[in-house]
Design a protein around this ligand. Structure first.
Ligand SMILES: Cc1cc2nc3c(=O)[nH]c(=O)nc-3n(C[C@H](O)[C@H](O)[C@H](O)COP(=O)(O)O)c2cc1C
Length: 391
């Protein structure tokens, strides 16, 4: 049987956290919940043992107590945060408003489903029964969505697991994993969320080895270089994106840390006034002691979006031999810094060596990627030290 991929992909990409569009007034039949749980139980299970237990709560009094616990565990704080942020234009305003709506109305949801597993995590780090729950609970959410129902993955209540256990008679040795409010959705059109492109978080064969272009078929006719191979490194820094930006937008920063990059000068002696700009160019000096080679490159700034992205192309603005980039993402308590490199599309020294030695092309590329990764790690770790020292 061939799946309808349009429908399947729509299901997978639009199963959202639904909170404001839960229909509180329409009953959810038990038989429908049973069917969705039956489907969810098809998920892989450690040891091939059925250890998940699903608690469906519909009794109004019990739901009211659950809602109280949910609010005591953090829901009330969410409600307060939503009030404080209302109208502020804060990037998380809509999500917090939605979470607050659920926290304020949890007792009105027709069914609350708690997913639990028999057992306690032993902390061994070994996958076991315990790890068999999440994939199954998510299948349940997908099965609901396919039938016009919705849910939201919630966990803030877990700090009150003891109180939940008492309320619902859950015995010792059972671990609560997730609380899923279940209702028909008001309308069924939901949109995919904005997420990072998969190509930025897919590593090929080794950690951090990227490909920008993926062949659509398994015909290996396209060469390794056609895939625009690259390297990415990341580090979490306890400093604001603004502080990290000051460091990454200094074209000389890498020279303090990299074993290859020696320094750079803006082509207009004083550099672009008012800081780096798209279109500004600089000369970079490089040295590799392993192959006794020194060289210079001209680079053009192609992205300059403080405090988020800084990128430059090497050797040719439109047809570069290398594309370098810093991306800064605000995370709780600081900044996630990513440095990435794409080799090509124009032939670089590495590309030329690969073309001249086709039998060794894969090896040449991998060892150059390793080398870049080492230098890039030194660079982002150095930036982390400076940013964290600087306050
Ligand atoms: C581990 C985990 C815990 C979560 N806990 C809560 C929660 O306690 N309350 C809540 O309203 N949403 C919770 N969420 C839902 C996220 O807030 C939700 O993914 C976010 O609103 C974005 O919506 P989307 O997934 O539809 O893009 C949780 C999600 C995950 C993965």
């Amino acid at each position: 049987m061939a799946f309808d991929l349009n429908q399947t992909d729509e299901l997978l990409s639009t199963t959202r956290a639904v909170r404001r569009r839960l229909d509180f007034d329409r009953d959810v039949p038990d038989e429908l919940l049973r069917r969705c749980i039956e489907l969810a139980e098809q998920a892989p299970s450690g040891g091939d043992i059925t250890s998940r237990r699903w608690i469906v709560v519909k009794d109004p009094e019990t739901k009211a107590k659950i809602a109280e616990l949910y609010r005591a565990a953090g829901g009330s704080e969410t409600i307060k945060r939503a009030e404080d942020r209302r109208g502020s234009g804060h990037p998380k305003e809509a999500v917090v408003e939605s979470a607050a709506h659920l926290a304020a109305n949890l007792e009105r949801v027709p069914a609350i489903v708690l997913v639990t597993v028999l057992g306690s995590h032993d902390g061994s780090g070994r996958p076991g029964l315990f790890d068999s729950v999440i994939q199954s609970a998510w299948s349940f959410c997908l099965a609901l969505r396919a039938r016009g129902l919705g849910s939201a993955w919630t966990t803030i209540h877990l700090s009150k697991s003891k109180e939940f256990a008492e309320l619902l008679g859950i015995p010792d040795g059972v671990t609560q994993i997730v609380l899923l409010p279940v209702a028909w959705t008001i309308g069924t059109d939901f949109k995919p969320a904005s997420r990072r492109p998969a190509s930025e978080i897919m590593w090929f064969d080794r950690w951090g080895f990227t490909k920008q272009r993926m062949a659509a078929d398994s015909d290996h006719g396209s060469s390794l270089l056609d895939g625009l191979p690259g390297v990415a490194v990341e580090v979490d820094i306890s400093a604001s994106p603004e502080r990290v930006w000051e460091l990454v937008s200094d074209i000389n920063i890498g020279a303090q840390f990299s074993k290859e990059f020696q320094g750079a000068e803006w082509i207009d002696a004083d550099g672009p006034s008012g800081g780096p700009k798209v279109g500004a160019s600089f000369i970079g000096r490089n040295e590799r002691t392993d192959v006794d080679r020194k060289w210079q490159t001209t680079s053009w700034v192609v992205a300059c979006d403080p405090p988020k992205a800084f990128a430059w192309n090497v050797n040719d603005r439109e047809d570069p031999s290398a594309q370098w980039r810093f991306d800064l993402e605000k995370i709780p308590g600081g900044t996630r810094l990513r440095q990435s490199l794409v080799i090509g599309p124009r032939l670089s020294a590495t590309g030329t060596a690969m073309v001249e030695n086709p039998d060794k092309a894969a090896q040449i590329l991998a060892s150059r990627q390793e080398q870049h990764r080492a230098n890039m790690n030194l660079t982002v770790q150095g930036i982390k030290r400076l940013a964290e020292e600087g306050g």
